[in-house]
Design a protein. Structure first.
Length: 175
């Protein structure tokens, strides 16, 4: 499957919002591994912020967005309590946010391609590691991250207990 990666643009907002809604509708119908909820996360504003900060990337197949990822230098506050591979002020670390694949493209290699892109882009950007968090019940994502060489660091509370999401596993890939 041919996938092209591009920096997200303002004219991607409608398509990204549709992807987020399609994904959340799909999750609501089956096993909601990440625990996301339509209208709460991810939403159009996540795409707007990612484009504004110049850190949202889209994966396109036949000119349609099939996935997206945000690579930020801003960690969740709970990250500061973990014992990472090295100490950092996050200027040399990317944190993965809003990693999404359209449900029509599940099990087609889009998620792996996005992760490979994130790793390649991080190396080019000369960051020393990629860090991420994943809801402990999100087994498919955990399997993907481990397959891509991410190492488990710790389990933390990101303050999302109101949504039934108490524990998140932190992962890191040193580059």
């Amino acid at each position: 499957m041919d996938i092209v990666f591009e920096i997200g643009q303002a004219d991607d907002f409608d398509e990204l919002e549709q992807l987020y809604n399609d994904l959340n509708d799909h999750l609501a119908e089956g096993v909601n591994y990440p625990g996301w909820k339509k209208g709460i996360y991810p939403v159009r504003q996540n795409a707007i912020d990612g484009v504004k900060h110049g850190n949202l990337y889209v994966a396109k197949h036949n000119n349609k967005i099939v996935g997206s990822i945000i690579l930020s230098h801003e960690p969740e506050p709970a990250y500061y309590n973990a014992e990472w591979g090295f100490k950092s002020d996050y200027s040399d670390v990317f944190v993965v946010y809003t990693f999404v694949v359209h449900p029509k493209f599940f099990k087609c290699g889009v998620g792996k391609a996005l992760m490979d892109f994130a790793i390649e882009h991080s190396i080019k950007s000369q960051v020393k590691s990629i860090r991420l968090d994943v809801y402990e019940g999100n087994i498919p994502a955990i399997k993907l991250y481990e397959k891509c060489g991410f190492k488990y660091i710790d389990t933390v509370d990101l303050g999302l207990g109101n949504y039934g999401l108490n524990w998140f596993r932190l992962y890191e890939k040193l580059l």
